[in-house]
Structure formats: C-alpha cells, structure tokens
Design a protein around this ligand. Structure first.
Ligand SMILES: Nc1ncnc2c1ncn2[C@@H]1O[C@H](COP(=O)(O)OP(=O)(O)OP(=O)(O)O)[C@@H](O)[C@H]1O
Ligand SMILES: [Mg+2]
Length: 324
C-alpha cells in the first residue's frame, strides 16, 4: 500500500463530518492505524473504516456489503468521500458496528474455557459461510477478530480476501506470520520474498492454485484455535519481528522433515502445560453432548496445521468442532 495515499488520513482534522445518503458520521477519534486505511470512532458509536479509493479492494467491498452472517462484520453504510486532505484523492468509507474488543486486546488467559469454545465455534461458522460463498479470508489472526457487543466473535478485515475463482488477485499476498500458511514452501524452504513466491505460484496450474488457496485459511484457523485455547501461547507467537519469522520458518521446516512427530508432540506437551485435559473434561460434562477428547483436539489442530496444503483438512471436515 503506497504510504502517501494512507498517511494523509493521520492529518484529518477531528471532529470531522462525513455525509452519506443515509446520514452523517462525526469522526471523533482514531481507533486504529491500519496498513490499508484508518479506523475512526464516530459520534454514534460506529467504527468508520476509511481507505484510499485507489486501493479499495473489490472483494472487501463485496464481502462487507453483500455477505451477511453474524460472525462476519457487515457494513451498514458505505460510499465515496472527499476529505480535506488532497485535491486529487478520493476515499471510500465503511460504517461498521463498533466492537468493544478485538481478540488481540482482551486478556485471553482470563477467559473461561467454555467462552473460548463458543468463540471458536462462532469463528468456524463465519469462516465456513465465507468459504461457502467462495471467498478466502486471507489474513486470519487475532487482530482481525472482533468481539461484538453481543459477545459474538466476528471476522473483520477482508482487505486480503479473494474469490477462489479469481486466483489472479491472490498470487502476491502473504498474510501475517505466524498465522500465514506456508504456502510458498518449496523444496523445504519457505520463500520469504513475495515476488519470488509469486513467480513460483504463477507456474502452478489453475486447479493446484485453487486447492492451495482454499486451504490457506485453514492453517491460519488452526493457529488461531491454538492461540485462543492456549491463551496466546501459540508455538509460533512472538513480537512479529524478523527473528520470529525465522524461527517460524525453522519450525515449519522441522515439520516437513518429521512433521507428524514434531507437531503432535508439541501439541500434546502444550495440552499438558495448559491443563487442557481437565478443562475439556469439565466442559464435556457441562456440554452434555459428545465429549471432546484431547485426542480429537490434537487431531483437529494437527490436520489444520499441516505444512503441505493438500494434506490439510477442509473447512467442512471441521464440523466436529460444533459437537464440542
Ligand atoms: N468494527 C470495529 N470495531 C472496533 N474496532 C475495529 C473495528 N474495525 C476495525 N477495528 C480496529 O481497527 C483495526 C484495523 O482494522 P482493519 O483490520 O479492518 O484495517 P486494515 O487497514 O486492514 O488494518 P491492518 O493492516 O492493521 O490489518 C482492527 O485490528 C481493530 O483493532
Ligand atoms: Mg487488520
């Protein structure tokens, strides 16, 4: 994203009114500086996301305005705006319900196990719905999960989303490590350079691309589940610096050579460390439905976190989560 298109948003004189055919929004404060645009809080407690018009993603626009699901954020208003920032530049705004929290900023270690399971179920439903409409989210991580005022978990930020039928828009995008699927793992090396990754992907035929991209979200979803259940202590979490990316790559390469043993052992150790077994038992009693065993959790995570994308389970195979 060219910085000169986004940066002027920082200078927007607040409070500032945006007019749309449906009403006006008085932007009062900045909620977040995103890489694709800025999110403001408005007088009526909405979140107004503003992006430079030239950078507007058609897929983000479509999903936010046309795909309705309680676990996917929905824009109740949107349109073009002129801001007093640049003579030539148009911007696009989305009016979204303001969520009190993101998954990233709540203290996940203080959240009850039952609540975590509910949020995972919410996110599964949202992601499944998105996939049923042939869209891949493309950037699943805790900052892109909102907890709304009804305590539902919702995916937001469809800036890197794409339709699986239109893989051309997906080739150069690398989402957020460590949630990013190692989609460009070639000859046991994770290709960090997006241009190189793009060149490699251009050689794949259409069917391979589709299959690959369908499974990208599953890896990120497995990481997100791990992050939620293990209280942010996911095996690949860190500050996001280059060192973390390197250790991420090393971990992934280990999984390739002895994938099954490394990952399963890791998951089992983490389950013991986090007393997940006891939590599962108490949740199973509370739930009265099929008891979820440690074995089944390991299986789900193992099958989503597989390095090789064609080995990963599909979103539909995750249905067993709903019976937890
Ligand atoms: N509806 C909302 N309610 C509350 N906060 C929100 C809402 N929408 C977005 N945010 C906040 O703004 C941040 C950036 O939003 P979003 O991810 O949609 O934009 P982005 O430009 O793609 O940003 P980034 O590059 O950081 O992912 C979110 O991580 C979240 O903290
Ligand atoms: Mg985001």
């Amino acid at each position: 994203m060219p910085a000169d298109l986004v940066a002027p948003l920082k200078k927007l004189p607040l409070p500032y009114s945006i007019l749309s055919s449906r009403g006006s929004y008085v932007l009062q404060s900045i909620l977040a500086y995103g890489s694709g645009g800025y999110v403001f809080k408005s007088h009526d407690n909405s979140a107004i996301k503003i992006v430079p018009f030239e950078e507007l993603s058609a897929d983000e626009l479509f999903i936010l305005t046309n795909i309705h699901h309680p676990n996917l954020i929905h824009a109740f208003d949107h349109g073009i705006v002129r801001l007093p920032l640049s003579v030539a530049q148009y911007y696009y705004f989305f009016a979204l319900p303001l969520a009190p929290h993101t998954m990233q900023n709540i203290s996940i270690k203080d959240v009850s196990f039952a609540q975590k399971i509910h949020w995972i179920q919410d996110l599964y439903c949202g992601l499944r719905f998105l996939h049923e409409h042939s869209y891949v989210h493309g950037d699943i991580h805790p900052k892109n999960v909102l907890i709304n005022s009804r305590n539902q978990a919702q995916f937001t930020d469809f800036n890197l989303s794409y339709n699986v039928a239109d893989y051309k828009t997906a080739t150069s995008q690398i989402c957020t490590p460590p949630f990013c699927s190692p989609l460009s793992l070639v000859n046991n090396e994770w290709v960090k350079d997006p241009l190189q990754a793009q060149a490699i992907q251009l050689h794949c035929d259409e069917n391979i691309k589709r299959r690959l991209h369908d499974k990208c979200d599953l890896f990120a979803f497995g990481q997100l589940m791990t992050w939620i259940l293990f209280s942010g202590d996911s095996f690949l979490m860190g500050s996001g610096g280059i060192d973390d990316i390197d250790s991420y790559v090393c971990n992934m390469i280990q999984f390739v050579s002895d994938e099954q043993q490394t990952l399963v052992t890791y998951l089992q150790q983490t389950i013991v460390k986090h007393h997940l077994h006891e939590q599962l038992l108490s949740y199973g009693m509370y739930n009265h439905s099929t008891q979820c065993t440690v074995q089944s959790i390991v299986e789900i995570m193992y099958k989503t976190l597989r390095v090789k994308q064609h080995d990963r389970m599909s979103i539909y195979e995750l249905d067993c989560i709903l019976s937890w």
